[in-house]
Design a protein around this ligand. Structure first.
Ligand SMILES: Cc1cc2nc3c(=O)[nH]c(=O)nc-3n(C[C@H](O)[C@H](O)[C@H](O)COP(=O)(O)O)c2cc1C
Length: 346
């Protein structure tokens, strides 16, 4: 994908949300093909699923499952679509998406804009026979009177078309959503999901915020293990504001990209020490290079995901990082990703 440096100035001339819409529209016309083969050392098994590469596309880019096949063709080992809510919703007023170019960052307060689960279900049915892993990230409607019921509905509605389901309780843009991370609320939510999931249904991943108190990783891991969660995705965007240069730095919403990197890595380390490797972890937040991905894997991530770095470096980034990981495996004398997972964790 050496085209991206040519396309980028046109995309960056548009406001961020228009550029995103134009990218999705263009991707729909992209001929899809079987992804080019990656070194076999990158193959890895997590939560009973076989991933061709540990580098995935994070939720929020393809909210309505419009282009998962194209993103797999471009070299992502897996694609997480969503967040999808039971009913369609508009999200917040525009502008709600900002590129902080000087900081290689993004701020968004989209607010789960999506066309609803039935519409995503229909599109994903067409992907059923694709050779690739597609996860579905589910959330609650903003005006829902019973958020637990929304997640249970999401598990029931999307299990048939998802290789895995992500319970997203960490978006900062749906008021009160992050309170579901509190121990008793989380226990109630995950118990209800545990009862609703089918014995042969997809594994369940839980996505957490990077802005947690000191005791929270321990509590979340304890509840997640008790309720049979298969993996924890660390982390969503941050509401904190490390030092930023861009004129958009005062915008409300979740910050992602380079300034999130240190915080997301620390959160991953906290979850690794809380879990001691008992539950699979997926590292996300500020990953832009093979070194970033390698650092996350050595700190305990079995898989990684990214979104913001693709805005700046183009979709070829996934394959580049995957090949860089294969090189680092060789250099360290490892034959597989799983040998490297947590190798720094002590
Ligand atoms: C524009 C935008 C929309 C996002 N929407 C979602 C979403 O709907 N659900 C979700 O779980 N995460 C969402 N995220 C968070 C990403 O999945 C990811 O956790 C976060 O951006 C950190 O990764 P990054 O620094 O590589 O972007 C969104 C991120 C961005 C930038």
């Amino acid at each position: 994908m050496h085209l991206y440096p040519l396309i980028r100035p046109f995309a960056f001339a548009l406001d961020a949300e228009a550029a995103h819409r134009a990218t999705i529209a263009a991707l729909k016309f992209m001929p899809t093909h079987r992804p080019a083969a990656l070194p076999s050392s990158l193959r890895t098994r997590v939560a009973g699923l076989d991933f061709p590469s540990p580098v995935g596309l994070a939720a929020g880019f393809d909210k309505d499952a419009e282009v998962p096949e194209q993103m797999l063709s471009l070299g992502f080992g897996f694609v997480e679509v969503g967040t999808v809510t039971p009913r369609p919703q508009q999200g917040n007023d525009r502008p709600r998406l900002f590129r902080l170019s000087e900081d290689k960052a993004v701020i968004n307060r989209m607010g789960f804009n999506n066309r609803g689960q039935p519409s995503a279900f229909e599109r994903l049915q067409r992907c059923a026979n694709l050779p690739g892993i597609i996860g579905v990230n589910i959330g609650a409607n903003k005006d829902s009177a019973d958020r637990v019921a929304d997640y249970v509905a999401g598990v029931r509605a999307m299990s048939g078309v998802a290789d895995y389901l992500t319970i997203n309780i960490s978006s900062p843009n749906t008021p009160g959503l992050r309170q579901l991370q509190d121990e008793s609320a989380l226990r109630a939510l995950l118990s209800a999901i545990g009862e609703a999931r089918l014995p042969n249904g997809p594994p369940i991943f839980l996505k957490v915020a990077p802005d947690l108190g000191e005791a929270e990783p321990d509590q979340i891991v304890r509840v997640a293990l008790h309720c049979g969660v298969d993996a924890i995705i660390v982390a969503n965007t941050t509401v904190s504001r490390p030092e930023l240069k861009s004129r958009y730095k005062g915008e409300q919403g979740g910050l992602s990209g380079a300034p999130l990197k240190a915080l997301a890595l620390k959160a991953l380390r906290d979850f690794r020490s809380a879990s001691g490797g008992e539950i699979a972890l997926i590292g996300v937040g500020g990953i832009a290079t093979a070194d970033d991905a390698w650092e996350r894997i050595c700190a305990g991530a079995s898989l990684v995901q990214l979104y913001s770095a693709m805005v700046y470096d183009g979709p070829g980034i996934a394959r580049g990082i995957a090949l860089g990981l294969a090189k680092r495996l060789r250099l360290h004398g490892f034959t597989s990703i799983s040998e490297a997972v947590g190798s720094d964790a002590g």
